[in-house]
Design a protein around this ligand. Structure first.
Ligand SMILES: CC(=O)N[C@H]1[C@@H](OP(=O)(O)OP(=O)(O)OC[C@H]2O[C@@H](n3ccc(=O)[nH]c3=O)[C@H](O)[C@@H]2O)O[C@H](CO)[C@@H](O)[C@@H]1O[C@H](C)C(=O)N[C@@H](C)C(=O)N[C@H](CCC(=O)O)C(=O)O
Ligand SMILES: Nc1ncnc2c1ncn2[C@@H]1O[C@H](COP(=O)(O)OP(=O)(O)OP(=O)(O)O)[C@@H](O)[C@H]1O
Ligand SMILES: N[C@H](CCC[C@H](N)C(=O)O)C(=O)O
Ligand SMILES: [Mg+2]
Length: 484
């Protein structure tokens, strides 16, 4: 492809390159780039891609894109925001695959992954669509599974995935749009038929700084959607309903003025049920996932699927037979008279939701094991500590992914939120040992919640990922005769 074709739609602030030159690839990392391509120098959080321009040219880049003009001659282009430019360049490189797909993005603090899986099932069942999925757990092209490294991939990898999906005959794509991705323009150049907003509660404040900035980040999605599907029971949802620059469709379990309302809600240990009431249609929804939050995830799915042309009876049939999502309220089979649940709750709100949900499942004790991620929002730590102490009968505080932080320092932050509690708190930094400890505390009728790691099958300590699958640890505990 010629450079001028690759740059279609990109607003350059300067150019010192022959735009007729042939480009054989696009890269934003000198460590993996091949010769003959364009190198996009991105300003990062650890270093600045601008520092690697000479290296890129030495490695055979035929053009470099950066924010500031380099102080040497060479084939360079400048743009106000190289990340935004990279998104358009990637869309050009892969031939705008999103235009051949009906794309839906889901944003919000909690419920994105769950909602994307349920929406995929609903669109497959109701529209007989072939649906691609992009998100935290994995990416999917129809039934084919590809590994995921982040919730929302960098724009180049995202466009590459969309290309593969379009080529494989997908008609629809449902993807998670994280707030970080929206700020970093990873979804640039894509027009979404709908954007679903689930909820906004504290998370990622290390990145965004304030809740206002976090809300603004999620709101960026609606600049690139034809329809905003928003939760009217959430403060930020009401804000977007009034401010989104596109048509809005609202859902609620409390407000009759919403476009879709859940009535006659019934919560059971293994499922939820409600009456979905929209302007022209009404139907009973049965979702085989427990928890009050499951009502909201189902509402978002029903609201979106209705707007994409699916009929309510078909959506209801698909949700009735939907499978749960790995690591989300996942019940681990155990040869014991108590229940073990793995859940990805890693925010204060999610922890409160899962503990409230399991509290309704038992008259006996709730044992909560959790930690907090290192190199992530520190304000979550005491908040999660105080929620666990208030809602569980026994807390086991351990490590999540410490990343580059000291595990005991993270635990100390958590314990600050537990000061003065009467709830027994056991501390065990080794997550494997902590799981054994939690299980050995459990008795008949109790529920043990292993929170925070969900689908993850690794633990990142000191920058290195080690294998850790909580399902295996639970099975191992029983295989070894329940030895702690
Ligand atoms: C905070 C954040 O999102 N950081 C992203 C950012 O990395 P960075 O700023 O640290 O990059 P950097 O190391 O400073 O390097 C700057 C640039 O120089 C390049 N470079 C660097 C070294 C070199 O030798 N040569 C070279 O070319 C790098 O490739 C990069 O393009 O730009 C990189 C390239 O796009 C991303 O890979 C990286 O995501 C990292 C891996 C990350 O952990 N992100 C997480 C926080 C994230 O994105 N999470 C969200 C939300 C999760 C959720 O809520 O579900 C997600 O969507 O997953
Ligand atoms: N609608 C919801 N509201 C609040 N909490 C929820 C909701 N849905 C799920 N949860 C809780 O949040 C956890 C994470 O859910 P899920 O993985 O679907 O969210 P996510 O937004 O994709 O998270 P991430 O930002 O890590 O990708 C679940 O394990 C559950 O405890
Ligand atoms: N997408 C989230 C995942 C957190 C998962 C939890 N296990 C942790 O490591 O904190 C993040 O990157 O902040
Ligand atoms: Mg997710």
């Amino acid at each position: 492809m010629k450079l001028n074709q690759l740059l279609r739609g990109v607003a350059l602030t300067g150019c010192r390159a022959d735009q007729d030159v042939e480009i054989t690839g696009v890269s934003y990392d000198t460590r993996t780039m091949a010769p003959g391509g364009l190198f996009a120098a991105l300003e990062g959080y650890k270093t600045d891609g601008q520092l690697y321009i000479r290296e890129a040219l030495e490695k055979g880049a035929v053009a470099v894109l950066c924010r500031r003009a380099p102080d040497f001659d060479g084939p360079w282009l400048t743009a106000e925001d190289p990340r935004a430019a990279l998104a358009l360049i990637s869309a050009n490189w892969f031939g705008h695959p999103a235009e051949a797909l009906t794309c839906v993005a889901v944003t919000g603090t909690n419920g994105k992954t769950t909602t994307t899986y349920l929406l995929k099932a609903a669109l497959e069942g109701a529209l007989h669509a072939k649906v691609g999925l992009i998100g935290t757990n994995q990416n999917m092209i129809g039934e084919e599974v590809l590994p995921a490294h982040r919730t929302t991939p960098e724009s180049y990898e995202l466009q590459e995935l969309l290309r593969a999906m379009a080529d494989a005959g997908c008609t629809h794509v449902v993807m998670e749009a994280s707030s970080i991705a929206l700020v970093l323009h990873r979804t640039g150049g894509i027009r979404f038929a709908a954007g679903i907003f689930t909820n906004l509660t504290p998370d990622h404040l290390d990145f965004h700084g304030t809740m206002e900035a976090y809300r603004a980040a999620k709101g960026l999605l609606f600049d690139q959607t034809d329809l905003a599907v928003v939760n009217l029971d959430d403060d930020a949802g009401r804000y977007y309903a009034e401010s989104a620059p596109c048509p809005v469709f609202t859902y609620s379990e409390r407000k009759d003025e919403a476009d879709l309302v859940a009535k006659n809600i019934r919560l059971f240990p293994s499922h939820v049920e409600f009456e979905a009431v929209a302007r022209n249609t009404i139907g009973r929804i049965f979702l085989p996932i427990p928890g009050g939050f499951s009502i909201y995830n189902a509402l978002g799915v029903v609201a979106c699927a209705l707007n994409l042309g699916a009929g309510l009876p078909d959506i209801a049939a698909a949700l009735r037979s939907a499978r749960g999502v790995k690591g989300r309220v996942e019940v681990v089979p155990v040869p014991a008279a108590y229940t073990v649940i793995i859940d990805y709750a890693h925010t204060p709100d999610a922890l409160e939701n899962i503990l409230t949900t399991v509290r309704d499942l038992t008259d006996r004790r709730v044992i909560c094991l959790f930690g907090c991620g290192g190199d992530r929002d520190r304000s979550k730590r005491p908040a999660m500590g105080s929620i666990a102490a208030a809602l569980a009968d026994i807390c086991v505080v351990t490590s999540d992914n410490p990343r580059t932080e000291e595990p005991v320092a993270i635990i100390a932050d958590i314990l600050k939120g537990m000061e003065g509690t009467d709830t027994p708190v056991r501390v065990e930094p080794d997550r494997r040992a902590a799981i054994r400890l939690a299980l050995s505390e459990a008795g008949t009728g109790d529920v043990v919640v292993l929170a925070g790691k969900g689908h993850e099958t690794y633990q990142e300590i000191d920058g290195v990922q080690f294998h850790l699958d909580e399902r295996e640890e639970v099975a191992g505990f029983f295989a070894r005769g329940r030895r702690g």
